[in-house]
Design a binder for this molecule. Structure first.
Ligand SMILES: [Zn+2]
Length: 277
């Protein structure tokens, strides 16, 4: 019977009637419900304000957790590190290609040197005396030296390019390592901030559960419904004639009626549960 009545009241009030009941219903049920409304108005309603205070604190802490500036900076830093790692991979590939090209050219020059030495020693050994053969050998040595010179020019270019690639790579690595170190430090800060928020959350959740245990299920259900549609505030105190939910000053006759009636009341402006304090 109690549960049903509260639910009926809740549904009625959700429909937007100015007071909890339309007048005929109020008369019909006045005998039993009058008592129950008063009952709901005492400890349970005061505890509902506690629940609201803890829920608001939990919402603020959840929001703080989700929007922690340090977490956002950490995400940015980690993104930077990831971008730098991608750049480092490209720079490493570039530097390795140049190093391979340098090795190849150095090998080519080594072979050219051996060949030139071999041909020159044949040229100067006196073993070749035929002038035509000598001329051919001389042209061969000249050609080998030209090729070697071209390879040397290429090698010098590659070495300059490789120096640039090396310094690009090491400056990227230094930048990455610096950001990594900052990210690690910031990661520890974020973990400790989140840990502190979590322990605050736990405190509120425990206290909220204790306060909620004393509140009838239907009243809590009405509160939750209002909370979900009214910016997280389902119950508010009536202080000095002003609803603390919407900060509207209520007409003094309405305030007087609520104070006299006690029990579960709703703000006529925002429809939140009003607790007379
Ligand atoms: Zn209000």
């Amino acid at each position: 019977m109690y549960q049903m009545s509260v639910k009926t009241r809740a549904v009625e009030s959700m429909r937007g009637s100015g007071t909890l009941f339309s007048l005929p219903e109020r008369r019909m049920t006045a005998g039993t419900l009058g008592w129950m409304v008063k009952e709901a108005g005492s400890v349970a309603l005061q505890n509902l304000l506690d629940v609201q205070a803890h829920d608001s604190a939990i919402d603020r802490l959840d929001h703080r957790k989700a929007t922690l500036p340090e977490s956002q900076r950490l995400t940015e830093l980690n993104d930077n590190v990831a971008e730098l790692n991608a750049d480092i991979a490209i720079a490493t590939k570039n530097r390795d290609e140049l190093a391979r090209e340098q090795d190849r050219l150095e090998g080519e020059m080594g072979l050219a040197d051996q060949k030139i030495q071999r041909e020159e020693s044949r040229l100067f050994s006196g073993a070749v005396s035929n002038p035509r053969e000598l001329k051919a050998l001389q042209s061969e040595v000249a050609m080998l030296k030209r090729n070697r010179g071209a390879a040397e020019d290429g090698l010098l270019e590659i070495m300059v390019a490789k120096d640039t690639a090396d310094s690009t790579l090491s400056s990227l690595e230094a930048e990455r390592d610096g950001k990594l170190a900052r990210a690690e430090e910031l990661g520890r800060t974020v973990a400790s901030l989140l840990g502190a928020i979590d322990s605050e959350l736990e405190g509120h959740q425990g206290a909220r559960a204790q306060a909620a245990a004393t509140i009838p299920a239907d009243l809590l259900e009405l509160y939750e419904k209002l909370r979900s549609t009214k910016g997280g505030v389902g119950a508010a105190a009536l202080e000095g004639g002003t609803c603390q939910g919407c900060h509207t000053r209520l007409p003094s006759r309405e305030v007087e009626r609520m104070v006299n009636e006690g029990g579960l009341q709703r703000c006529e402006n925002c429809r939140r549960i009003l607790v007379v304090v």
